[in-house]
Design a protein around this ligand. Structure first.
Ligand code: ARG
Length: 560
């Protein structure tokens, strides 16, 4: 059911020996307005070889082409315009959606395991907006990749190891209390950590103490391990609360600490290949031939680093999952780190390093300022989610006071607003966070798409007539909706190819808008011969809006 392909093959027949099918495919355009047809072929490239004016060539081609499969084929200026046969097009699209349901748009673009490193917040610190981005982008990419044939494995590479735990232990032992940590873990652990940095400015010996405690932790000291484990448990409990609200689940929580006893394998392999060099007491891998800074592998006191643990994790994932691709959804400020990671693996002789992809994303600022945990410029994610849900509750109470399950719907709408707001932007764009904008229920928002879907459902619930995709459907507005529905598989393919959920989000906004235009001009529930076809259209719109939102990790309530 590839309509563009129909156009290509009709053109190929009359251009045999002159233009290759591949090139025809590239040249074909989609006219700006529907009265110029559904596809257009520009004839300029033939002018030279045919020694003819493009306008004349267009006229010749239009006359030659077998118009049998189309409503009509006409020359307009230098273009040959193709009008698809509307009735069969409508039947094809609507029948496919009715039959395949949520599987419409499923593709086989690849296969195999794809670990996705996502979310990965740091223990004892609040989850940042950056981690929210990683969580929702990673979750959506997992859903999109599943739809095109891959088996994603969602991995939360928790930041639960590193020198900061030495600092935290020192700070807790000096200024902390068990009661405080029990009452509000992350708040107080962060306080201790911030205080540590402040006091270390005037008491540099604190840093030595912290290093010593981290070394103890790495060597398995009982007290150090007990404290660390407790900090980890209480932090994870808070993170899980947020993941539950977002509806995001992980296949693995193997964080940095998991690799502590797998470091020798990395350093042994590096030594064996003579890749380790000494530099100011530390051990590094020189990457100057990649135009990169050296990768730090081991500090002078023997402690390993973020990079070392990522090397161990990459090797572990390769052994465990035998992946076809391995993704890291991490902010673009870590671009250099992932370039280094790939380069070191390449130097080690692993050609699967080429299958590792960093999926970067832009920065969120608040009121134009960079967010910083240490400076206290933070947006508290859980608070944002709660406020969004509260605002959704208010809106629903005004617009639909007798709605059943109002609380559950408000949850879907508020949380959906936050997720959608994040995903509708191109992954790499920076954006400024403004809660009022996030929870606006009009314009380019998640609630607008959800509301359009609920409206489609309410139309369907008002009649006993059964939708029927085989009945003829006419009208330009319906045509615009149909064409957009037929685009969905291409949209999925593009989103998967570019690891770009915004492609789906933007599509869902366009489909919602196009459907609302149709609905404004067309009385759907009029009892005439076309009614079952109109209902099939409405049902298909609801199906594709629901599927699109689903690919973003956003629920689509039937009523709101
Ligand atoms: N915990 C890190 C941070 O918050 C992100 C970890 C990303 N994943 C990785 N394998 N390095 O910056």
């Amino acid at each position: 059911m590839d309509f563009k392909q129909q156009v290509v093959s009709a053109l190929s027949k009359v251009l045999a020996g002159e233009v290759e099918a591949d090139q025809i495919t590239k040249l074909i355009e989609v006219p700006k307005s529907l009265d110029m047809g559904d596809y257009a072929f520009p004839t300029f490239i033939l002018a030279k070889s045919r020694h003819m004016a493009p306008v004349k060539i267009a006229a010749d081609l239009a006359a030659q082409i077998d118009a049998g499969d189309f409503e009509k084929v006409v020359a307009q200026g230098a273009y040959v315009n193709f009008f698809l046969e509307k009735t069969s097009f409508a039947k094809d699209v609507l029948t496919a959606i009715a039959e395949q349901g949520e599987h419409y748009g499923d593709l086989q673009l690849g296969s195999g395991n794809v670990p996705i490193d996502m979310s990965s917040p740091n223990i004892a610190k609040p989850m940042s907006m950056g981690h929210l981005r990683s969580t929702v982008i990673g979750n959506s990419i997992a859903k999109i990749l599943t739809k095109v044939g891959y088996s994603p494995i969602k991995i939360n590479h928790l930041g639960d190891w590193g020198t900061q735990f030495g600092k935290l232990i020192v700070a807790y032992k000096k200024w902390g209390s068990e009661a405080e940590v029990k009452a509000d873990p992350i708040k107080h652990l962060l306080e201790y950590y911030v205080r540590f940095h402040k006091e270390a400015e005037t008491q540099p010996e604190l840093d030595d103490e912290a290093r010593a405690w981290f070394k103890k932790l790495e060597d398995g000291d009982e007290e150090a391990h007990k404290l660390w484990s407790w900090f980890r448990t209480v932090s994870l409990k808070e993170f899980n609360r947020i993941y539950d609200i977002l509806g995001v689940h992980f296949d693995s929580f193997k964080g940095e600490a998991f690799y502590n006893d797998k470091m020798d394998r990395v350093t042994d392999a590096l030594e064996e290949k003579h890749l380790l060099q000494e530099s100011q007491g530390a051990e590094i891998v020189d990457l100057s031939k990649y135009n990169l800074n050296p990768a730090l592998i081991r500090k002078s006191d023997g402690a390993t680093l973020y990079m070392t643990r990522d090397l161990a994790a990459a090797m572990y994932r390769h052994d465990t999952y035998n992946f076809t691709q391995s993704l890291y959804v991490v902010g673009m400020e870590q671009t250099e780190h992932f370039k280094q990671l790939k380069a070191v693996l390449k130097e080690m002789g692993y050609d699967w390093a080429d299958d590792i992809h960093h999926i970067p994303f832009g920065l969120i600022t608040a009121n134009g300022k960079k967010l910083s945990t240490r400076k206290g410029n933070v947006i508290l994610l859980e608070k944002v989610l709660h406020e969004a849900v509260d605002l959704a509750k208010q809106q629903i109470a005004e617009k639909h006071p007798d709605l059943k399950n109002a609380d559950a719907v408000a949850q879907d709408v508020g949380v959906g607003a936050v997720i959608f707001h994040d995903l509708k932007n191109d992954r790499l764009d920076n954006f400024d966070f403004n809660l009022e904008e996030v929870v606006r229920f009009e314009g380019e928002t998640g609630p607008y798409v959800q509301y359009t879907n609920a409206r489609a459902n309410s139309i369907l619930s008002k009649t006993d007539v059964q939708p029927d995709a085989t009945v003829e459907l006419t009208g330009v507005d319906a045509w615009a909706v149909l064409k957009m529905l037929s685009e969905f598989p291409n949209v999925v393919a593009r989103a998967a190819r570019d690891f770009e959920p915004s492609v789906v989000a933007k599509y869902s906004l366009r489909l919602a808008k196009t459907f609302n235009q149709y609905y404004a001009h067309t009385k759907v529930l009029v009892d005439d011969a076309e009614l079952p076809a109109r209902l099939a259209l409405v049902q298909s719109v609801s199906m594709i809006l629901t599927t699109s939102l689903g690919l973003l990790g956003v629920n689509a309530p039937k009523e709101m």
